[in-house]
Design a protein around this ligand. Structure first.
Ligand code: FAD
Length: 402
């Protein structure tokens, strides 16, 4: 008899899972339950072209209605799964409905980390995770408005770039001593800091936010002992895995639902994929990734396992960020102690930073340098050894290096 599959969370991983399950011959009924009003959509444009207003909402959706119909996938939207009953193999919706499964796939993603300081709940404090958040932000995104961005990571900086382009007065507050410090090397941080400043964005590094001030709604922000006027606050200080369904059902989570290389949790009937998971990465350490690549690849591997063709997950992580006309592409995971090799000239707004570990390419960060990124990603997958002097010499074409 065909197995019944339920997917909880209608996002990037879920859409991929439906596609891959059918491609791999899974023939049971699929039910996809999501708590947002929308079918699965891509989030990356939310802080980029969609916020800018140059990307129509319809283009966000990952699949058409026809795709779900033809995939025999029932969508239950605007419905939150409140509990998993493992013994009876059902999920319970917040409205009390119970649905039975043979296999369950959790793709519940993340929730934003919330600012905890006086005034954090004032009207005018925004976060950016879903379509509704952007719609709320659009309503107040007016030229001349003063926006204080808390957090100099990807989301904060992408919003800063859009806001500057749209004529807002932008200040970014970052507690660390450089931008995107968790994700990029010093030269890349410094380059983006200079680009933001060129566009009029004020950067306050080493400046922790102490309070949001205002009477009922935002009027200013207190940071590093100083007061700054502000009309809007956008908080981008990271995300936390939505793992509570799993943990309440007795499944292990360590800042992410623990899964093996097939996306399996400790229960052989329950899988998980995407931002909500933690897995053992290529380098042998447990890792939680928050990127489209991981959501897609893990969903594929879950689909393979559910369809009875398990293949272990060991993909090179990759990520991108768009700020102004700059495309930052990253592959692999850098570590402190890597040898850093600069290729090209940041002043030309086209360069890359390679990370060598024991002479082997471990990561690449490329700015407007897609060929370097693509070569680097392949080298990381192959475990290639490339001499630092060659990499640093832009007169040697990247294609002639391996
Ligand atoms: C603004 C923004 C910009 C980004 N930019 C990039 C980028 O440039 N490059 C990149 O690689 N990545 C980017 N990301 C990250 C990327 O979007 C995520 O890694 C990806 O969406 C993860 O997919 P997912 O399926 O794991 O989770 P999600 O796509 O977040 O989907 C999870 C879904 O599950 C729902 N859900 C959770 N719990 C329940 C429940 N109990 N019942 C029902 N539904 C539930 C959630 O509401 C959500 O709709 C960005 C993210 C954001 C927010």
């Amino acid at each position: 008899m065909s197995e019944r599959l339920i997917i909880v969370g209608a996002g990037q991983a879920a859409a991929q899972a439906v596609q891959s399950l059918r491609a791999e011959g899974f023939d049971g009924p699929i039910t996809l339950i999501g708590d947002e009003a929308w079918p699965p959509y891509q989030r990356p444009p939310l802080s980029k072209a969609y916020l800018l207003g140059s990307f129509a909402r319809e283009r966000l959706f990952l699949k058409s209605d026809q795709f779900y119909r033809e995939s025999d996938c029932t969508l239950i939207l605007g419905a939150r799964v409140a509990a998993i009953h493992r013994a009876e193999k059902t999920v319970e919706l917040a409205d009390g409905r119970k649905l039975a499964f043979d296999k369950l796939l959790l793709t519940t993603g993340t929730r934003v980390r919330r600012l905890r300081c006086p005034g954090a709940d004032l009207a005018g404090v925004h976060y950016l995770r879903d379509i509704a958040d952007v719609d709320g932000l659009q309503a107040v995104f007016r030229p001349g408005a003063r926006i204080a961005i808390v957090g100099g990571g990807y989301i904060g900086l992408e919003v800063a770039a859009v806001a500057a382009k749209r004529g807002l007065d932008v200040t970014v507050f970052e507690a660390m001593d450089r931008l995107m410090a968790r994700a990029v090397s010093g030269p890349v941080s410094d380059f983006f800091a200079a680009e933001h400043e060129k566009s009029g964005v004020k950067l306050k590094l080493r400046t922790g936010v102490e309070a949001i001030e205002g009477d009922g709604r935002v009027e200013g922000i207190k940071a590093g002992g100083q007061a700054y006027p502000a009309d809007i606050v956008l908080v981008g200080i990271g995300v936390l895995p939505k793992d509570e369904l799993a943990t309440r059902a007795g499944l292990a989570s360590q800042d992410g639902i623990v899964v093996d290389g097939n996306g399996r949790t400790g229960d052989p009937a329950i899988f998980a994929a995407g931002d909500c998971t933690r897995h053992i990465g290529r380098e042998g350490t447990a890792i939680r990734l928050e990127c489209v690549q991981n959501a897609i690849d893990q969903a594929r591997h879950c689909a393979l396992a559910i369809a009875g063709k398990p293949a272990s997950y060991s993909e090179v992580p990759w990520f991108w960020s768009d700020q102004y006309d700059l495309k930052l592409q990253i592959a692999g995971l850098a570590r402190a102690g890597d040898q850093i090799v600069l290729r090209g000239d940041p002043a030309a707004r086209k360069f890359s930073v390679f990370h060598l570990r024991g002479g082997i390419v471990a990561a690449v960060e490329a700015v407007n340098a897609a060929p370097d990124y693509l070569a680097g990603r392949k080298w990381i997958a192959d475990g290639a050894r490339i001499a630092a002097e060659k990499l640093a010499d832009p007169s040697i074409p990247i294609k002639q290096m391996a």
